[in-house]
Ligand binder design. Structure first.
Ligand SMILES: Cc1cc2nc3c(=O)[nH]c(=O)nc-3n(C[C@H](O)[C@H](O)[C@H](O)COP(=O)(O)OP(=O)(O)OC[C@H]3O[C@@H](n4cnc5c(N)ncnc54)[C@H](O)[C@@H]3O)c2cc1C
Length: 171
């Protein structure tokens, strides 16, 4: 785990209160694995003592890029949503064990997640799809909250469910 100044390449809204941010850095992307997370320092000075944990949604090690997808919940993620291209962020990572894909996990794989639990499943879905049939079942609160349906569909047979039934399977 290391601490690194990473630079925002992109930060844009992709669904209701949900942002996709691409960060570039020298070391963390090289060391990261699917399913791990980063700890992001929030705000200037000491106004927010605790870093915010955000999962690594996608990784491009060749170009030193990490993608995170986050929902604006409170002050920390609101501050994050205001970051612009070329702003620096202090990041600690990679953290957590990530997914162990070194042994055979089966030919037919079911990936299930909902809401902010969806982002850490994207990169692992991409990797598993190289050798396996992958089905992804993704849950969201409503149609407006759905993200990455097309991206998952490139690598997995993808089903969407919403709590209010406004899109995909109801409930
Ligand atoms: C290992 C890990 C990985 C994570 N990965 C992601 C990710 O990829 N994308 C993402 O969007 N989030 C992720 N989270 C959750 C994210 O860290 C929090 O939503 C974030 O820290 C909130 O910070 P904040 O300052 O915006 O809100 P705070 O000011 O800390 O909280 C504001 C209000 O929202 C409530 N709240 C905070 N978080 C949640 C929540 N998750 N659900 C419901 N109520 C909440 C609090 O109780 C409080 O009332 C992850 C959390 C962990 C532990």
């Amino acid at each position: 785990m290391i601490q690194e100044q990473m630079t925002v390449v992109k930060n844009s809204s992709i669904a209701l209160d949900t942002f996709e941010m691409v960060l570039t850095g020298k070391t963390i992307p090289q060391r990261a694995n699917s399913g791990q997370f980063i700890h992001v320092e929030i705000g200037e000075g000491n106004e927010h003592m605790l870093r915010r944990p955000i999962s690594i949604a996608d990784l491009d090690q060749e170009n030193g890029l990490i993608t995170i997808i986050y929902k604006v919940m409170g002050e920390g993620t609101k501050w994050l949503s205001k970051r612009e291209e070329s702003n620096d962020l202090n990041v600690l990572g990679p953290l957590g064990n990530g997914f162990d894909l070194d042994h055979h996990v089966g030919d037919n794989i079911l990936i299930v997640g909902g809401g902010v639990g969806v982002p850490p499943l994207y990169h692992v879905t991409k990797r598993l799809s190289q050798y396996n049939n992958v089905t992804a079942v993704l849950g969201f609160q409503s149609k407006e909250a759905v993200f990455y349906e097309q991206q998952f569909s490139q690598y997995a047979t993808t089903y969407i469910a919403t709590d209010d039934g406004s899109y995909g399977h109801s409930g």
